[in-house]
Design a binder for this molecule. Structure first.
Ligand code: GLN
Length: 254
């Protein structure tokens, strides 16, 4: 693990799990971290590479075929599980979240997942009913995060295990798509799954900062203050968030 002011971020298989710009999540962590004086290194992990030891792992969305492939590769040697046990943080978007559950289904059948998140992805929606569009999520109160905004495009529907903590309640959009109480995502320790693209960290700086807090061990003391670059990033995010909340007809706060 890196020292408190150095953060290593791994982007896992961006050539396979890179739909809807999820690779931008790494750019956001780097920009916000650097604006706070942190030394952020981004490592791209591609097919065949060993999984490096990092403070944050990022998984993005992907089509069914690449998703199956990554699930197989990541399960080898349980290195991902060991990194999580050692305290690394993970952000897994859409296909990434599905891979980290206990299993996921696609049109060709069921595939075992890594069981790092307490969820499983069940029978997909019929193609004509894919969940596509803007999403607004009221973060679970235990997480202490503001409303989350993003974009979803998935056929998979994800059921949470009993007692699992969702990322939040869906105010607009579909999210996990299972059960009457509409929720999105799932959180277990420092592993966060969500259906939100955007990239989600560009639209939700509080979630990006939470990952940086976990990565630096700053949970209690908070992150170092940022310079004018952070102000500019926050302003851009606030503008994009306001547009999305307006499109969804949802207020910024409850
Ligand atoms: N293939 C998965 C699904 O459709 C994930 C899609 C995605 O990552 N955008 O549910």
């Amino acid at each position: 693990m890196s020292g408190p002011s150095a953060v290593r971020v791994a982007v896992l298989y961006p050539e396979l799990l890179g739909t809807y710009g999820d690779g931008g999540n790494a750019a956001v962590l780097r920009a916000r971290g650097q604006a706070r004086g942190l030394d952020v290194e981004v490592v791209e992990v591609s097919g065949g590479d060993a999984l490096p030891r990092c403070d944050v792992y990022l998984l993005g969305g992907g089509e069914d075929g690449p998703q199956r492939h990554v699930a197989r590769v990541l399960a080898e040697g349980e290195r991902m599980a060991r990194a999580v046990d050692a305290g690394s943080a993970v952000l897994a978007v859409c296909a990434g979240m599905q891979i980290l559950g206990s299993a996921f289904r696609d049109v060709d059948g069921s595939v075992p997942g890594l069981s790092l998140l307490p969820c499983r992805t069940v029978e997909p929606l019929p193609a004509q009913r894919r969940a596509v569009g803007e999403v607004v999520v009221e973060a679970d109160p235990r997480l202490g995060l503001p409303r989350l905004v993003g974009f979803e495009n998935h056929g998979g529907r994800t059921a949470l295990d009993d007692g699992a903590v969702p990322l939040g309640r869906v105010l607009s959009g579909t999210g996990n798509g299972v059960g009457d109480a509409a929720v999105d995502g799932v959180v277990a320790g420092r592993v966060v799954g969500t259906y939100l693209h955007g990239p989600v960290l560009a639209l939700n700086p509080a979630l990006a900062d939470r990952l940086l807090e976990w990565a630096t061990g700053a949970d209690a003391d908070g992150l170092p203050a940022g310079d004018e670059r952070l102000v500019a990033l926050d302003e851009a995010a606030a503008h994009a968030r306001a547009l999305r909340l307006e499109m969804a007809g949802v207020a910024a706060r409850g």
